[in-house]
Design a protein around this ligand. Structure first.
Ligand code: NAG
Ligand code: NAG
Ligand code: NAG
Ligand code: NAG
Ligand code: NAG
Ligand code: NAG
Ligand code: NAG
Ligand code: NAG
Ligand code: NAG
Ligand code: NAG
Ligand code: NAG
Ligand code: NAG
Length: 401
């Protein structure tokens, strides 16, 4: 038993350890700052910590997108020129003051949703032939609900919910797609699947398709997005094996998009998710849908549509930033189709600094400790038992005949 206890203590010290990240941030949420109109949605999250501020700007202007801007002061401010922002050339409409406090920035935009007919139930999105694809949904032409009504300052969340405006097939009559955003003021773990671990340096995004009528009963979906990084550091994909744990059983992979900038003098941004989505609201294991990332494809400096990304980075961003596109497809071969529950949810984190990492949970440590300690206990008990039996039973043994 001692071996087990020691192992438990060692693991507990090594992996749980002293939480190195007790950092917290004050979160301020604002809807359309400086504008009294609610015709468009722009949400500003300011996460103020000790000597730094992380600004997140979420918007459905153009394609839904987020800007992450890290400044090394608690007093940086977001400046918006609404006239310019809503004009065809929004370059320069979004800025941070003072400009030289900006140490790092990145952006992520969600551009299209692909739907294809998975005739043979192989969930092979990249291998599906062109003719099995339905016309894709272009998120930059969706109509978005007023997000001010969804803003909840106690749960630090809001959602951007939209429908296809020109909807000849009626797919969006009873449904919508939405991006639910939750900010965090401290370290913790989500209560809902896939139980993501988070810090005060990140924000959660849940992409949800709910009630949208698929155009076939074997429909599967994929989400297209793009992200950018300064020329000195191209975004790369990193697959991290996670421990099969009590929180998301059977899901072993965490994907991270991080800049490949070995010489960076400061921390950078990340985009992280577990390779799983859920096909029902309750997010149980039986409804889990593995997801696969495809890409990253170089966009050669071309922006698909004007958006807050152009508003912040300006028109010439192609010459200063590397832009890459990627798709995340949902579903598993021989699995249920979207049609079953007409529901899909996928969660990811956008953040700054070190991406959160799962370590062995207390439960797993206990199981391991027991697993390693038990044989020893059995061995000791067995020895004692044999000794005892020898002493008492066998010495009293009398042959029957
Ligand atoms: C957003 O909602 C708040 C409270 O519900 C309201 O005071 C504010 O005027 C709204 N903002 C806009 C731009 O509509
Ligand atoms: C803020 O950070 C500085 C330097 O990193 C540290 O010396 C100081 O104790 C911190 N203050 C608080 C309140 O955490
Ligand atoms: C906002 O942008 C418009 C159009 O580009 C410009 O005319 C105006 O001066 C700008 N306002 C401010 C306060 O910079
Ligand atoms: C589906 O499977 C059939 C039979 O195996 C095959 O002939 C057909 O090409 C497959 N279709 C697709 C789209 O893969
Ligand atoms: C997906 O389909 C493509 C083309 O048909 C094929 O090359 C590839 O091996 C398939 N991938 C998987 C995982 O089956
Ligand atoms: C809306 O859906 C139809 C098909 O139902 C598609 O042709 C059209 O492109 C969609 N519109 C947008 C903005 O995605
Ligand atoms: C805001 O979130 C809290 C905590 O999740 C919840 O209890 C409350 O009902 C929400 N308020 C609204 C108006 O949705
Ligand atoms: C929308 O819901 C109504 C009632 O639940 C149903 O009758 C109708 O068929 C649905 N329409 C679509 C396009 O799913
Ligand atoms: C899809 O619909 C067709 C025709 O209505 C039906 O024969 C088939 O069984 C359905 N497939 C699934 C997977 O529900
Ligand atoms: C989970 O959701 C599905 C469909 O939405 C439902 O049929 C099932 O009963 C739910 N399971 C639990 C445990 O709530
Ligand atoms: C970018 O250029 C490369 C090589 O010229 C090409 O293969 C790729 O398809 C282009 N990407 C886009 C998004 O146009
Ligand atoms: C959070 O950001 C701060 C900079 O303000 C950085 O020092 C810290 O390491 C980050 N924490 C994590 C967990 O990335």
């Amino acid at each position: 038993m001692y071996a087990g206890v020691w192992l438990l203590l060692l693991l507990a010290a090594g992996t749980l350890g002293v939480p190195e990240d007790e950092e917290s941030r004050r979160i301020y949420l604002q809807f359309n700052p400086g504008s009294s109109s609610s015709a468009v949605n722009l949400l500003h999250t300011r996460a103020v910590g000790n000597g730094s501020t992380i600004h997140y700007v979420w918007s459905s202007i153009g394609a839904p997108a987020v800007l992450l801007i890290y400044t090394e002061t608690e007093h940086s401010q977001l400046r918006l020129n609404w006239t310019k922002l809503l004009s065809p050339d929004p370059s320069g409409a979004i800025a941070i003051e003072p400009a030289d406090s900006v140490l790092y920035s990145t952006a992520l935009a969600f551009t299209r949703i692909f739907e294809y007919n998975d005739v043979n139930n192989t969930a092979n999105f990249s291998g599906a032939a062109e003719r099995y694809f339905y016309p894709s949904y272009d998120l930059s032409n969706f109509v978005w609900e007023n997000a001010n009504n969804t803003l909840n300052s106690s749960s630090l969340s809001f959602h951007l919910t939209g429908v296809n405006a020109t909807d000849p097939t009626g797919s969006f009559r009873n449904g919508s797609i939405s991006f639910k955003v939750t900010a965090y003021d401290r370290h913790g773990r989500d209560a809902s699947s896939p139980r993501l671990l988070h810090t005060a340096n990140c924000t959660k995004l849940e992409f949800q398709m709910s009630g949208v009528q698929p155009r076939g009963n074997r429909s599967r979906f994929a989400l297209e997005m793009f992200t950018l990084e300064e020329k000195s550091g191209r975004k790369k994909k990193r697959s991290v094996r996670s421990i099969d744990d009590e929180y998301t059983p059977t899901i072993f992979e965490v994907i991270e998009l991080v800049p490949d900038a070995p010489n960076a003098s400061h921390a950078q941004g990340y985009f992280q998710w577990k390779s799983v989505a859920y096909g029902s609201q309750n997010g149980t294991r039986s409804d889990s849908l593995p997801c696969v990332v495809h890409g990253l494809q170089d966009m050669n400096g071309t922006l698909p549509a004007p958006s807050i990304i152009q508003a912040f980075y300006g028109e010439q961003l192609g010459s200063r930033y590397n832009m890459v596109a990627l798709n995340v497809s949902f579903g598993i071969a021989d699995g249920d189709f979207y049609d079953k529950n007409k529901y899909l949810v996928w969660s990811a984190l956008v953040g700054y600094g070190t991406p959160p990492r799962d370590s062995f949970s207390v439960l797993v440590i206990c199981i391991m400790a027991v697993a390693l300690g038990l044989p020893l206990v059995l061995l000791i008990m067995g020895t004692i038992l044999v000794w005892y039996l020898k002493k008492t039973v066998f010495t009293n043994y009398q042959p029957i005949n």
